[in-house]
Design a protein. Structure first.
Length: 446
């Protein structure tokens, strides 16, 4: 059924990931009573993992350093059995709903399914009072991000999105440089990723072949809330990211890493507009409706606020890159993934102040933020009553994911879209609004 809109070791080191400094403290009510979410008598959490074929395997290994792993859930029995073998006593499941309904000793859940299943798993866990760690992007759609933010606020449990770089030293230095005035007033943000189509296949139509479903895979559960379609190995494992029904393209994959620090440092809220150009401009519908483009440029405009001027944020992928700033001459800084924040008096490439003359003049920024014990450690400590994690759903992750995912709607509609921050809708496109909250397959809901 359609869900309703409510009243989102790192694989790489991201210099420009978010700051994640948490100053607010809260203690979950669940932690103070004898309900799910409370650490066990020896102060070790009972943690379950949903989706362990990729980053989920790494995520649960981080929690296992100090906590109990009590359940492993994956629709692919190969992955479930391989990972569960490392944790004697952990029960194995294919269906997360069965796991959460039946295993009452679970305190916390780590979610690393394909993007289209993030919200349904996270929502159920939050409603049951569990702490949740969910990989980025937090959700598959803007509407889901808004719903998860509301559920997390109601649950008052510890939450964290898997944009690990937000806990880094570099993320804090970005904020401190900007807050100390080292680059003056920020007017532009450029962020890019060169993820290749052979790593994340896109710009392709749906396959016509319908091979049999492997005996190790529960295809119906893999689809979850996504529309029905035949199994094909081009979707599972890993290759799902470029398919709109399952993934969120390069922007959804990397945007929550690259843009987190800028959102925190500049306190970015909603953009007034978002538009995109991409290799989809001349592609037929059988491609544009199925997969993300091979390359795209997405432009967000954030309105002035207080003494901060208008900020234009541009995202580039598939080999598209910003112009090299004049101050850098012919120095090419745009290889790989990264972010450049441009101010009136200098710029930040990750946490490196440029040009060099400005860096020598300014030196290191003053330390204004507490340092993180680590991305996973933030979440585990919060589960036990510590500070809210730096990428918790309520204060940061859901909003960041929602704005990032707005860019995909601009790519798919090929229109300049204008946003009403009060009504949380686009003002000029019914097509775009329909993509804010796509319907779920029958039998699925938040």
């Amino acid at each position: 059924m359609a869900h309703t809109h409510p009243s989102a070791m790192s694989r790489r080191s991201f210099l420009a990931a978010g700051s994640g400094a948490a100053v607010a403290m809260y203690v979950s009510a669940k932690t103070l009573g004898l309900e799910p979410g409370q650490p066990s008598a020896n102060n070790r959490l009972n943690v379950a993992a949903v989706g362990v074929g990729g980053m989920g395997r790494h995520d649960i290994a981080q929690a296992a350093k100090t906590e109990n792993v009590v359940a492993i859930c994956d629709v692919d029995s190969r992955f479930a059995e391989q990972v569960a073998a490392q944790y004697p006593g952990a029960k194995i499941y294919a269906d997360f709903r069965k796991m959460l309904e039946e295993q009452k000793d679970i305190d916390a859940v780590m979610v690393a399914t394909p993007d289209h299943n993030h919200a349904v798993v996270t929502a159920m866990a939050l409603k049951l009072g569990k702490h949740v760690f969910c990989q980025k992007p937090l959700t598959h759609s803007v509407g889901e991000a808004l719903a998860i933010k509301e559920l997390a606020a109601q649950a008052k449990t510890a939450t964290q999105m898997g944009n690990q770089g937000q806990a880094s030293e570099g993320a804090r230095r970005i904020c401190e440089y900007i807050w100390s005035g080292a680059i003056g007033k920020v007017r532009e943000i450029h962020s890019w990723s060169n993820r290749r189509p052979d790593i994340s296949p896109r710009g392709i139509p749906r396959p016509k072949e319908t091979p049999p479903v492997p005996d190790y895979l529960n295809w119906d559960l893999w689809l979850g809330p996504a529309p029905e379609r035949p199994y094909h190995p081009c979707y599972h494992p890993f290759a799902w990211r470029g398919w709109w029904d399952f993934g969120t393209g390069v922007l959804g994959d990397i945007g929550c890493h690259n843009l987190s620090a800028a959102f925190k440092a500049l306190k970015l809220k909603w953009p007034v507009s978002v538009e995109a150009c991409s290799t989809h401009w001349s592609a037929p519908p059988e491609i544009t409706r199925e997969t993300a483009p091979i390359a795209s440029i997405v432009t967000y405009v954030f309105p002035p606020e207080g003494d901060r001027p208008e900020i234009v944020l541009r995202w580039y992928d598939g080999g598209m890159m910003p112009p090299i700033p004049k101050a850098l001459g012919d120095q090419n800084i745009f290889d790989g993934d990264g972010t450049l924040i441009v101010g009136d008096e200098g710029m930040l490439w990750g946490d490196r102040l440029l040009p060099e003359s400005r860096a020598k003049e300014v030196g290191d920024p003053p330390k204004m933020l507490p340092r993180s014990p680590g991305h996973y450690e933030e979440w585990i400590q919060a589960c036990k009553g510590g500070p809210a994690p730096g990428s918790n759903f309520v204060d940061h992750a859901a909003h960041l994911a929602a704005v990032v995912l707005m860019g995909n709607i601009a790519i798919r509609t090929q229109k300049k879209l204008f946003w009403d921050a009060e009504k949380l809708r686009f003002t000029n496109s019914d097509e775009a609004n329909a993509l804010l909250n796509p319907p779920y397959r029958n039998g699925w809901s938040l």
